[in-house]
Ligand binder design. Sequence first.
Ligand code: ADE
Length: 222
Amino acid sequence: MQFDILSLFPAALEGYYQSSILGRAQKQKLIRIRNFDLRDWARNKHRRVDDTPYGGGPGMVIRVDVVHRALTGIYTKKNKKTRVVLLTPRGKTFDQRAARRLLVYERVILIAGRYEAIDGRVDAYVDEKISIGDFVLTGGELAAACVIDAVSRLIPGVLGKEESMREESFDSFTKHGTTVEYPQYTKPENFRGARVPSVLLSGHHQKIKDWRTKHRKRKAIG
Ligand code: ADE
């Protein structure tokens, strides 16, 4: 699966994409993440991609012609296997179900805006608008990273053996649409008087299972 990010700060999260599970998945060619700089499609010597809003008011607006050139520059032909996503606090709130839905695409293009706004005519190029929550970020880069991360870990092979076993033991999102987590502990057994529940040290598998069942927190996630 290929993710193409269009933003004004393409280097900002490069380290994140190269690290850990996403980095490994890229090396294994299970996913490909490309970062594009919207300014590469600006047509002035200052590489400006924004301008003042018609009708007045504060802030700047990202120009539609720049987005148009960027999109047509990175794909020659858009097909059914390509999804264009705009990250915006006005979008539909992202959740596990939305992540799963994106799995059917071979290519997801994520437009991450900055400043106050992006020209409303960009809507014509966009298949879906995603918000990662009811708060406003300084830009869409982090939101794009959340989407890429959540989708990537659902691609078969991206999670290692141990990571996916852990996922299964948590009663898998995919089967029930819930997270089922119980508290976990590791060494030391006694940290400044705070002790690990003794049942977990007992070696009694059934009792441990019962304890974990009792302490599970269910949360519906789509
Ligand atoms: N850009 C700024 N805030 C955002 C949010 N909450 N979700 C997606 N994109 C954003």
